[in-house]
Design a protein around this ligand. Structure first.
Ligand code: 0X9
Ligand code: CA
Ligand code: ZN
Length: 451
């Protein structure tokens, strides 16, 4: 067995961050009309908010999976420690496992100036909220109608549009070209991933015709970008001007006040199989009442199925963007095994070869996702297990809590999105025949045209 790899940077940074005491959350609630997505007041939201903790002790995959089964989310993995997001009950369960917990600083909570509600606070204003992202996208489509088109593929629980953008030469025609899918923002607090999607739309439209690699890919591929899988959660996270550390969607759960499903535990492949998700709606990793019970997961699953044309899935490869820890991950997450039913040695080797090469370009750490901890019902397991799409999960900047955790300042956006340009192009370039990466193009991609 390989030694467990270390997720994220060094834990010493955490101590330094602790020293930077943050202003206490505003005590008095500024009473305001409650948007449908939020509880009553800012103060009440703060009280309910989960916190991040450094957990000293867990050192193996099994120990981290046990840690995750408290219902906390595991945000960073280190050699003998982890960082989790947990509410009071989950933190107590972690203590019962025998670990010591150290609370980390809450995300910044600048005073919410009136008129700035439902938007990012100072230091974050270059992040796009849902309306701003929509306007940006509509502007790009208007400017580049020959290579960019927009489709509303369905609605979120609260009725927001879920968009799929298509980038390709002759964009209005469904040509026989390999397709590649980029998805973002399953987890509400991972706002940098929306910026990643917007970066791709901007970069590919503005450099078509001047950047050779981009031009070639738009000429020979059909690129799909779903920039926001969880618009309700994202808006909820910023609705008061104080980040809510929210992860799930905003779908109510029967028989409880606890809201939301973890979309990345809700996909219909090995759903709930393997102690890699929670059946408790109070938990960060609640898997939902049944597979694909979240409308957002249904919408995207249906879209992916719709790309099965004439019995053949057109989408060959995918990246689902998350934050944080700077990782390139591949399936399966539901098992520690590298191979088994649904994953041959050649499949695994192809995943690993392409994944490591992408990671060499962006400086992330490449590994099978279950090296972290077991997850079941994740999108990449579904895309591969159900659709045989070479699907990766990228955990973006930062490497650890010290770089801002889920809430890095907007000044990092240009660097941390463009950092993935080469990896994205690599995946596009390999999509006509991923098995070429292991020298088996003839065996797998001959005779059937395009991969
Ligand atoms: O737990 C998750 O869903 C991902 N980490 S995050 O901090 N963004 O929540 C990691 C998923 C790893 N497993 C698979 N990709 N299958
Ligand atoms: Ca085309
Ligand atoms: Zn995530």
């Amino acid at each position: 067995m390989r030694p467990p790899r270390i997720r994220g940077g060094r834990t010493t940074v955490l101590a330094a961050i602790l020293a930077l005491a943050l202003a206490a959350p505003l005590a008095a609630a500024q009473a305001q009309a409650s948007p449908p997505t939020s509880p009553t007041t800012r103060a009440e939201q703060s009280a309910d908010r989960p916190h991040q903790y450094e957990v000293t002790g867990p050192a193996t995959r099994a120990e981290r999976t046990a840690l995750a089964s408290t219902g906390a989310s595991v945000d960073e993995v280190h050699a003998r420690a982890a960082v989790i997001t947990a509410d009071g009950a989950q933190a107590a369960l972690v203590r019962q496992l025998g670990y010591s917990l150290r609370k980390l600083p809450d995300p910044p909570s600048p005073p919410a100036a009136s008129g700035r509600i439902k938007d990012f606070p100072d230091g974050y204003t270059n992040y796009h909220n849902y309306d701003e992202a929509t306007k940006e996208i509509d502007g790009l489509v208007a400017k580049h109608p020959d290579i960019l088109s927009k489709e509303v593929i369905g609605k979120s629980h609260e009725g927001r549009d879920i968009l799929a953008l298509k980038l390709s030469k002759n964009v209005t025609k469904d040509e026989n070209e390999p397709e590649v899918l980029f998805t973002a923002h399953q987890h509400a607090r991972e706002h940098l991933t929306v910026e990643m999607a917007l970066y791709l739309l901007n970069e590919f439209t503005s450099k078509y015709g001047s950047d050779d690699r981009i031009t070639k890919m738009l000429d020979s591929r059909e690129i799909w970008v779903i920039p926001d899988l969880n618009p309700d959660g994202g808006e909820y996270d910023i609705a008061t001007g104080e980040f809510q550390m929210w992860r799930k969607n905003r779908q109510p759960n029967a028989g409880t006040d606890e809201v939301g499903t973890d979309l990345n535990r809700n996909w219909d492949f090995k759903w709930g199989c393997c102690n890699g998700s929670s059946d408790d709606p109070a938990d960060e990793t609640y898997r939902g009442a049944s597979a694909a019970s979240a409308p957002e997961v249904q919408v995207v699953s249906k879209f992916v199925h719709s790309r099965n044309v004439g019995g053949k899935q057109q989408i060959k490869a995918a990246i689902d963007f998350h934050t944080y820890s700077e990782l390139v991950l591949w399936p399966f997450g539901f098992t520690n095994d590298e191979t088994g039913p649904g994953m041959t040695q050649d499949d695994h080797d192809t995943f690993a070869t392409i994944g490591k090469k992408m990671a060499a370009s962006n400086g992330y750490t490449p590994e099978q996702s279950s090296e972290l901890y077991i997850t079941d019902g994740a999108i990449d397991d579904w895309l591969w297990g159900d659709q045989k799409i070479f699907a990766y999960t990228f955990e973006m900047y930062p490497s650890s809590n010290g770089g801002g955790g889920f809430y890095p300042k907007d000044s990092v956006i240009p660097k941390e999105t463009s950092r993935n340009k080469d990896a994205v192009l690599q995946l596009l370039e390999t999509a006509d025949c991923p098995y070429r990466a292991i020298g088996k193009e003839d065996q797998y991609c001959k005779g059937n045209g395009k991969g």
